[in-house]
Design a protein around this ligand. Structure first.
Ligand SMILES: [Mg+2]
Length: 433
């Protein structure tokens, strides 16, 4: 049987001077003692997201002797670390609250916190990195067998000299880490941050949309009457206007739902008036199967940015291209996932749709109704400019680039856990081996 060695790579992060802005006095840095003074570096979160996307576990390892000395109440440290866990994508926080001189194996420069996390989280220390702003961080990292990155903030104290790299900030440290990935296999894995395709989130739930708007990877939003009904929306315009007060930087589509062309045009003009970032979504046909070309022409002539939706065929894309104003941006939504559901490979189909839109460079093809994360990479590969994703799919982006052996093991652990929890039993047959 294959030995299942430690499988995770981790970045161990000192807290103060790395993630948290320290207080400077006489060229030395101190941990903030009051919650009002406790702030993260502005760019720390995005930097850590990049590490998470590359598959690293993130473990904070922090000496907090002021707690042991009674200078910081435990409730304050708990509040600080609640905020840290909430606002930064870290997997674990290890604290040593012992004071200098106390015998413990965890106070850096001792490697105890790193070793404990490595044991519990199955971390391969030889493939991991310690990042810190003091000699004791570098020494702890080296004692644990990790590569080390020293963030030099020019303190008037003895600096380390044997670290693997020296940088000036967490962002620079992350740049180095992502560049020093030791095995090429992982470098060849897909990475969400390399995508050129713009991800739009499909949604109709206010809270969900506002949360998505905070994610750098989400570039816009689409809604439709079916999603809004599912989310319990009863006042269409009220919901839209409320949303538009809060979402001002992202494009967002709202759909007309009339079935006769004059009312569709009227609804489209009303939707257009709700905001500059509004795209007017118009289905490619009405319920009788009549092509909505006249509606598209009328709205495009009024300067509405259209999102033509529910398209399935290449011929429909050609007809839509003809109806669009070449000078007005537009989105052309082809339901690749629904097409795939009918047994047709959506990739060559979407490539044909791209060709059909070539005469309208301001019109962007949108890969609608994707079924799996792979579709994002397929859309990217063929040069499809936009893909919509449900919240479930966006959550799955965490899996991008995941080590498959690790994933295999987690799957087996899930089977084992569920079988054990259900107290399943099989009486084994005796076997000589
Ligand atoms: Mg520090």
């Amino acid at each position: 049987m294959t030995d299942l060695a430690a499988t995770h790579r981790a970045v161990f992060l000192d807290r103060d001077g790395v993630l948290v802005i320290p207080e400077f006095r006489d060229g030395r840095s101190f941990a903030p003692t009051r919650i009002e003074d406790y702030r993260f570096y502005d760019d720390a979160r995005d930097a850590l997201i990049r590490l998470k996307e590359a598959g690293f576990l993130l473990v904070v390892v922090t000496n907090q002797p002021d707690v042991g000395k009674g200078l910081i109440p435990r409730s304050t440290i708990a509040e600080m670390h609640d905020r840290l866990a909430r606002e930064l994508p870290v997997d674990r926080i290890e604290i040593c609250d012992h004071v200098q001189g106390q015998r413990c194996g965890c106070r850096k420069p001792a490697p105890g916190m790193l070793l404990r996390a490595a044991h519990d989280l199955d971390i391969d220390l030889s493939q991991s990195i310690m990042v810190g702003d003091r000699l004791s961080d570098v020494e702890a990292g080296q004692a644990a067998g990790c590569a080390t990155i020293f963030i030099d903030l020019d303190y008037t104290e003895t600096k380390p000299t044997t670290q693997t790299h020296t940088v000036r900030s967490i962002v620079e440290a992350v740049d180095i880490i992502l560049g020093m990935t030791p095995n090429n296999r992982r470098q060849q894995m897909p990475r969400a941050q390399d995508l050129k395709v713009k991800i739009y989130a499909d949604g109709a739930d206010l809270k969900g949309i506002l949360e998505m708007a905070k994610l750098p990877i989400i570039k816009g939003f689409t809604t439709n009457p079916t999603l809004m009904r599912k989310a319990g929306v009863t006042d269409y315009e009220g919901f839209a206007r409320n949303l538009l007060e809060q979402i001002t930087g992202h494009p967002i589509s709202f759909e007309v739902f009339a079935d006769d062309f004059p009312t569709m045009i009227g609804q489209g003009l009303a939707i257009k008036s709700w905001g500059k970032n509004v795209n007017v979504k118009v289905p490619v046909m009405n319920t009788k199967g009549e092509f909505t070309g006249p509606v598209l022409r009328a709205l495009a002539a009024e300067g509405a940015i259209l999102n033509v939706t529910a398209i399935m065929t290449v011929d429909q894309v050609k007809a839509v291209a003809d109806a669009l104003d070449p000078n007005v941006p537009a989105i052309v939504s082809v339901f690749a996932g629904r097409i795939a559901d009918t047994g047709i490979d959506p990739v060559p189909h979407m490539q044909e749709c791209l060709k059909a839109l070539a005469s309208r460079p301001k019109a962007e093809l949108l890969w609608a109704s994707p079924r799996e994360v792979l579709n994002i990479f397929q859309a990217d590969e063929i040069g499809c400019p936009i893909i919509t994703c449900t919240n479930d799919m966006i959550k799955k982006l965490d899996l991008v680039g995941k080590d498959l052996i690790e994933y295999s093991r987690e799957t087996v652990q899930m089977f084992y856990k569920d079988a054990t929890a259900s107290a399943f039993s099989i009486e084994p047959v005796k076997h000589a081996a």
